[in-house]
Design a protein around this ligand. Structure first.
Ligand SMILES: [Zn+2]
Length: 397
């Protein structure tokens, strides 16, 4: 019998106002000079102001690096390392969506490891070892989706080729995580929907993934229930706020729904150490070929992918149907629930509506097939299966 590994080491603090604790945490760890790594779009907004205030109040010297945007590329990491050195920083606060948190991890790695970032690419022959303790850092997510705040890998693209490279090491885990739903209250409806579908896909795929990981299974199921309770509500609040009902921003039900989604996303990040599946291989190809937002791609694709899995994972899909309170407690019932949720969130029901065309299919198939995620899918996925899945998901011409 193989030996399995379960790793759940991160200390997490959740609650409205959790961001105010960041400064004290760094001070307690003996840190004096912090670099905040964040998205360009966040630089002047409330999450950065609140983090800066907390750090300053605790007596830390603070510098801001806000050179992260889009799909993060290596040159952003290089600039971040320069900012880290220029400030003489001894710690980092990774603040933002998955992109900012991934850049923070890569900056931490390159602040004290030699060579080039891509020399550390996961499973690359001759890759350099990640063998030094990286500087102290904490993560503060401002979206509820990727789960990168509790992840031990970072995805950075090549500036020229846009090929995504994964760098993985347990050393990249944040020492502390602060989940503050107030930081996510201002997210627009479309972003809330897409990132929420990413979180849901992590949970569902982790629950179905091959391997024996009962701790992850439990976390995945409870996370899916939180999505069922919070995602639609969060998107409804976001829609009304987008339309000018600012008074709803701090409504207690809004904060509660955001808190459910923030926890669900983090639980997804923890659970998918078990593995992901076919939906993520479809989504990775769609982002590479058609530049689709990762969460949107997952949101469109997941009902098709779970229909495909139903022949081998009927029992687990039925568990999920029960967990979300689907009308019919069966694999089919869960797929129908996914389709209805997708519709209620305003996510298109097929890829054509998102700008994908028939001529993209060949490239999509070859990239999805080469993607590592489907290796953990409960049903093996062949080239013909990928072609059929993309054809179905394209919808009628
Ligand atoms: Zn994802």
């Amino acid at each position: 019998m193989p030996i399995f590994q379960y790793s759940f080491p991160t200390r997490i603090q959740f609650g409205a106002g959790a961001v105010t604790l960041v400064g004290a945490a760094l001070k307690e760890a003996g840190k004096k000079r912090a670099l905040i790594v964040t998205d360009r779009g966040l630089a002047t907004l409330a999450p950065v102001t609140a983090t800066r205030e907390s750090l300053t109040r605790a007596g830390l010297e603070v510098a801001l690096f806000s050179g992260v945007w889009g799909n993060p590329v290596k040159s952003q990491v290089t600039a971040g390392v320069e900012a880290f050195r220029a400030h003489g920083a001894d710690c980092i606060v990774g603040l933002g969506g998955g992109a900012a948190i991934d850049v923070a991890k890569a900056v931490l790695l390159m602040s004290n490891h030699p060579g080039d970032l891509f020399d550390y690419e996961d499973e690359k022959p001759g890759a350099l070892p990640i063998d030094r303790e990286i500087p102290y850092w904490v993560s503060v997510p401002t979206t509820a989706g990727t789960g990168s705040e509790v992840g031990r890998s970072t995805v950075i693209s090549d500036d020229q080729t846009h090929v995504k490279k994964i760098v993985f090491s347990p050393r990249l885990l944040a020492q502390r995580v602060f989940l503050d739903p107030e930081l996510t209250l201002g997210l627009p409806a479309a972003v809330t929907a897409a990132t929420g579908m990413d979180a849901l896909t992590h949970l569902v795929e982790a629950y179905l993934a091959k391997g024996f990981q009962p701790l992850c299974d439990g976390i995945a199921l409870a996370g899916v229930r939180l999505v069922a309770q919070g995602l639609k509500r969060a998107v409804e609040f976001a829609r009304r706020i987008d339309h000018g009902e600012q008074a709803l921003l701090h409504d207690s039900e809004h904060v509660e729904a955001r808190g459910q989604m923030l926890n669900a996303a983090t639980m997804g990040g923890v659970a998918f150490q078990k593995g992901l599946g076919v939906t993520h291989s479809l989504a990775h190809a769609l982002s590479t070929v058609c530049d689709l937002h990762h969460g949107l791609a997952n949101g469109i694709a997941i009902p098709y992918a779970m229909s495909f899995n139903a022949t081998v994972s009927s029992e687990r899909l039925t568990d999920l149907a029960r967990m979300v309170g689907a009308r019919e407690q069966s694999a089919r019932g869960f797929v129908v629930w996914l389709e209805e949720l997708r519709h209620q969130l305003g996510i298109p029901g097929d890829l054509r509506a998102a700008g994908v065309k028939d001529e993209h299919v060949d490239r999509l198939v070859s990239i999805a097939l080469a993607d590592a995620c489907h290796a953990n899918n409960p049903r093996p996925v062949t080239e013909a299966d990928f072609r059929a899945l993309f054809r179905q998901a394209l919808g009628p011409s």
